[in-house]
Design a protein around this ligand. Structure first.
Ligand code: BG6
Ligand code: MG
Length: 218
């Protein structure tokens, strides 16, 4: 069968989690409370709206709809400022090598991200040409762990869900891949991502023969 590869963006292709963190921390501080690195773990793979709900819970802040909407905008404007000067140097180790390899094997590649900023980020770091399909926060109605984002990606690639392989750094993302009955690969801490079919700290740990073997089993 034809195999397809689906990559999450934040934390898999680029380390944007730190910029999301800075923007949420700035807002928290303005609202009079702190937001720790540890709490930021809960925000990985989670939509912007859900993140703000969790943040306000942490700070025990009540908001009117108007305030809520204004803080969503403020956080994103700050985030966009932090990523303004992003370039290829912020691509995580060996990601480009893996994308090049998969392209050389002519396997279709999709992005499956919760972020509404996914496309401009891929453009900034110069990786947009590698992707045959982009599914992001603008194209989904249900957030990870719902499998929607990955199922749309599979459909766009013309690959059966069962024959897709997903790279994810978030617990919600691994769950989404598993819910889609795809092969899930955790990138990051194996103890956190224990639900994944395979675990790697980062792409430098993955031997190209691993992809070869995956392609042979589909
Ligand atoms: C995910 C990130 O990829 O995108 C989350 O892991 C983030 O932390 C989410 O909240 C939404 O991103 P954006 O760019 O639409 O605010
Ligand atoms: Mg991620």
């Amino acid at each position: 069968n034809k195999i397809g590869f689906i990559f999450d963006l934040d934390g898999v292709i680029v380390d944007t989690a730190k910029y999301h963190y800075l923007a949420w921390k700035k807002l928290a501080n303005e609202l009079g409370f702190d937001f720790t690195d540890e709490q930021n773990e809960l925000f990985k793979g989670v939509s912007r709206k859900r993140c703000l709900e969790i943040l306000l819970d942490i700070g025990k802040v009540k908001a009117t709809q108007e305030q809520f909407d204004a803080w969503m905008v403020e956080k994103n404007e700050d985030y966009l400022r932090y990523i303004e000067n992003m370039d290829a140097s912020e691509i995580l180790p060996d990601v480009t090598k893996v994308l090049k390899y998969l392209k050389s094997k002519e396997v279709p590649i999709a992005l499956g991200s919760a972020s509404k900023n996914a496309k401009p980020i891929l453009e900034k770091v110069g990786l947009l040409p590698y992707f045959d399909a982009i599914v992001d926060g603008n194209s989904v109605t249900k957030a990870k762990p719902d499998p929607e984002v990955f199922l749309i990606a599979a459909r766009k690639l013309g690959v059966r869900a069962k024959d897709c392989v997903v790279f994810e750094d978030a617990v919600a993302g691994i769950e989404a891949a598993n819910n889609a009955e795809m092969t899930s690969i955790g990138i990051g801490d194996a103890r956190v991502l224990s639900g994944a079919d395979y675990n790697f700290k980062d792409f430098t740990e993955i031997d190209l023969s691993f992809f070869e073997n995956l392609m042979n089993t589909k």
